[in-house]
Design a protein around this ligand. Sequence first.
Ligand code: C5P
Length: 223
Amino acid sequence: MTAINIALDGPAAAGKSTIAKRVAAKLSMIYVDTGAMYRAITYHYLQNKSSFTDFKTLISNIQLELKYDEEKGQRVWLQNEDITEQLRENDVTENVSYVASIEEVRTFLVDYQQKLAKEKGIVMDGRDIGTTVLPNAELKVYMIASVEERAMRRLKDNEQRGIASTYEQLKKDIADRDAYDMNRAISPLKKAEDAIEIDTTGLTIEEVTNQIISLANEAIQNA
Ligand code: C5P
């Protein structure tokens, strides 16, 4: 088991999950996508909106499980159903930043994420991993890219997944979601002081992956 944790944060559609998956595979670490957890609670909230009272009650009835599939990677199970494919749907994306700003939701998920990372060997991506979830992570990376490039990447991603979207709409949605995530009261999106910033604009997936692997190898040696 690799004796370090890697925290990977940054704004929406910066390529965090693509890179995190590759880094994890290369270093025999486990990739944890925390955005998927906030999306799962959002999905649950939307499904139960007619009977919704408050988030405390919603969370107390939630059965959330992360499972790992050799081929497909992290799968998210909610109330005994694999909902991974539904997590990228537009209504989930439109509501996730609101749900993620709720204190009860964050407390529940941060606790879950910290437990997952206890044994080390985790590459975790999100918004507050370096600042709040894993403040002692041996390597912290903050990935950014221009909003134009991020919208373009997300457009291609959505096309592959069969999700309808347009470049202009994506650009607006990404900018709005970043603003919401950066300005919320509880653990907003921001670079941890000791994180290494990588601007991935114009870089290939391979280049960013290699950069992070060499940083990780240094961190492993120092651990
Ligand atoms: O990474 P992804 O785009 O799937 O994240 C969806 C949303 O979940 C973010 O826009 C943010 O509002 C929330 N999130 C968060 N903290 C994390 C991960 C995601 O607030 N660690």
